[in-house]
Design a protein around this ligand. Structure first.
Ligand SMILES: Cc1cc2nc3c(=O)[nH]c(=O)nc-3n(C[C@H](O)[C@H](O)[C@H](O)COP(=O)(O)OP(=O)(O)OC[C@H]3O[C@@H](n4cnc5c(N)ncnc54)[C@H](O)[C@@H]3O)c2cc1C
Length: 502
């Protein structure tokens, strides 16, 4: 603490998700006094909400299966994944991403994280997806321990409220720590790793439009605070209109399920990895399913095969084959139900028809929902009984089904009438924004840039905050970017501290 009562460090990191923890670990490894401010009472952010997939090349997992892969192939496959958006990608940052995935995975494993894989995800030309065990809470758990071991001063319930700027240079942060306002001064730099703005109606409205603004976020604390602080200093958001959503997902269960309650300890992860390699998938299924039926959304195949979507009044409100998720937020309580019949229930009990999937991990069928999600699973021999169970007017539901049956087959060819008892309703489902892809414009050193390309002295950004126009299509690239960009930003802030002399 200096004579004016400010806490002084070399590097200050805002945010304790994947990017912030990586930045803090790197700065501390380089011998710099590092403070990490996290507004929530626990570490993790969206990183701890994630599925936990990371796409990487030349990993021990790939090599053990004889898969030869290259960062260049990964770079090209990302171009394919980006499709029509490819020209909006920041290819310089993409290059950084693909060139560092191998080093990143080795580093994560060195701090005790355990992965299974690689799993295929076309159009990736090689299986590249690795999944963390036992769940994504292992990231903040292991990285938090690692940071503490390196001496990082982690302050929870500490909300960064504004930057301290002197002579055009960011020299610190004012934060509210457990209700008390404190000043933190950084001799080297401040790393902004404060996540995305999926929970900010204001930023979603400004960059992605009013429809996006109305959507609920998966992570309600992703309020984009860091963006607002940086915009005040002349920073700019790139690709702010790109949001992952609306995506329909089942509402979360009232209580955490088995997998969510598992402590993310290394021993458990190792046992699970051993089991994944050796045990028949059937034995592991109950564990994996308790996750799969919690966090994920319904497959579009449900609608292609004939499922209809009704609101709480029992009424259809959208063409189920034309992005129905856009209409869900306009229904009562922003909720909807998926209705299927006995024929579809049989179809959706085995591959290729599944209700939900974590790509590359497993598939959940209707029976998995009956077992794991009794709160959203309704079944009855009659439409009246189903309506009663799901809490909607029976006459309206019966009318919706019979109107669909009269004309439904005209839509989408494969859609068949819902005539066979028993009838099922899955829901409520809601439409969510999973994450936003707008990031602050950054240099390849992860310095935050103004519109004209000049860096804001002393300010770095990483992860979602420092996404810089990088498209991260497919699965497993957002987490990769969080860890990789975090380390680079932490290193550059640390180096700046030594250059300026501490
Ligand atoms: C449901 C879901 C599933 C996903 N699955 C995957 C996946 O499998 N693979 C993948 O690659 N990506 C996935 N993603 C995306 C990925 O999780 C995120 O892009 C990534 O974790 C972002 O990391 P981050 O460190 O930038 O942000 P976060 O992990 O969100 O961390 C930001 C932290 O900053 C804190 N913070 C914010 N403002 C302040 C402030 N003012 N002061 C102090 N602290 C602050 C927040 O509380 C938070 O802890 C998923 C996302 C979601 C929501």
């Amino acid at each position: 603490m200096n004579s004016k009562g400010a806490v002084v460090a070399d590097v200050i990191v805002i945010g304790g998700g994947g990017a912030g923890l990586s930045a803090a670990a790197e700065a501390a490894r380089l011998g710099r006094k590092t403070i990490l401010l996290e507004k929530n009472p626990s570490l993790g952010g969206s990183t701890a909400w994630s599925v936990g997939s990371i796409s990487a090349t030349n990993t021990p997992h790939q090599l053990s299966k004889g898969i030869l892969d290259t960062p260049q192939d990964h770079f090209e496959d990302l171009e394919t994944l980006a499709g029509n958006y490819a020209n909006r990608d920041n290819r310089a940052l993409r290059r950084i991403l693909v060139d560092h995935t191998n080093e990143m995975l080795h580093w994560l494993m060195s701090v005790g994280l355990v992965f299974v894989g690689p799993n295929p995800e076309p159009p990736h030309r090689q299986p590249r997806m690795h999944n963390v065990l036992p769940n994504s809470r292992a990231f903040p758990d292991r990285l938090g321990r690692h940071c503490r071991k390196l001496g990082v001063d982690i302050r929870l319930t500490s909300l960064a409220e504004r930057f301290i700027v002197e002579g055009g240079r960011v020299v610190g942060v004012v934060a509210r720590c457990n209700g008390r306002q404190l000043e933190f001064r950084a001799r080297g730099g401040v790393v902004l790793a404060s996540g995305d703005y999926s929970a900010s109606a204001e930023l979603k409205g400004r960059y992605a439009g009013e429809d996006a603004a109305k959507l609920e976020p998966v992570n309600p604390t992703a309020t984009g605070d860091g963006f607002k602080l940086a915009l005040d200093l002349g920073a700019v958001i790139v690709n702010g209109d790109i949001v992952r959503g609306p995506i329909m997902r089942f509402v979360p269960p009232p209580r955490p399920n088995l997998l969510q309650m598992l402590p993310p300890h290394r021993w458990l992860a190792r046992i699970m990895r051993w089991s994944f390699d050796r045990l028949p998938p059937n034995l592991l299924r109950p564990f994996v399913m308790s996750f799969l039926t919690t966090a994920l959304g319904p497959s579009v195949d449900l609608f292609k095969r004939g499922a209809i979507l009704v609101n709480k009044d029992g009424r259809r409100f959208a063409d189920e084959l034309d992005k129905p998720g856009r209409m869900v937020p306009l229904q009562r309580d922003r909720e909807a139900f998926i209705i299927v019949d006995g024929r579809m229930a049989r179809e959706f009990s085995a591959w290729p028809y599944f209700v939900s999937t974590a790509p590359g991990v497993a598939y959940a069928y209707l029976e998995d929902y009956r077992r794991n999600r009794k709160d959203i699973f309704h079944k009855s021999d009659t439409i009246e009984g189903l309506a009663k169970s799901a809490g909607m007017p029976a006459a309206a539901l019966a009318d919706s089904i019979s109107r669909f049956n009269a004309g439904g087959r005209l839509q989408g060819g494969e859609r068949l009438a819902l005539t066979e008892a028993p009838y099922y309703a899955l829901g409520p489902v809601k439409s969510y924004v999973v994450f936003t892809d707008g990031g602050l414009k950054v240099s390849e050193r992860l310095e935050v840039l103004k519109e004209n390309g000049d860096p804001i002295d002393g300010l770095f950004a990483a992860g979602s905050a420092g996404q810089g126009g990088l498209l991260l299509e497919g699965h497993g690239h957002h987490l990769g970017w969080a860890f990789i960009s975090g380390k680079i930003a932490g290193r550059n802030a640390a180096t700046r501290a030594s250059t300026l002399g501490s």
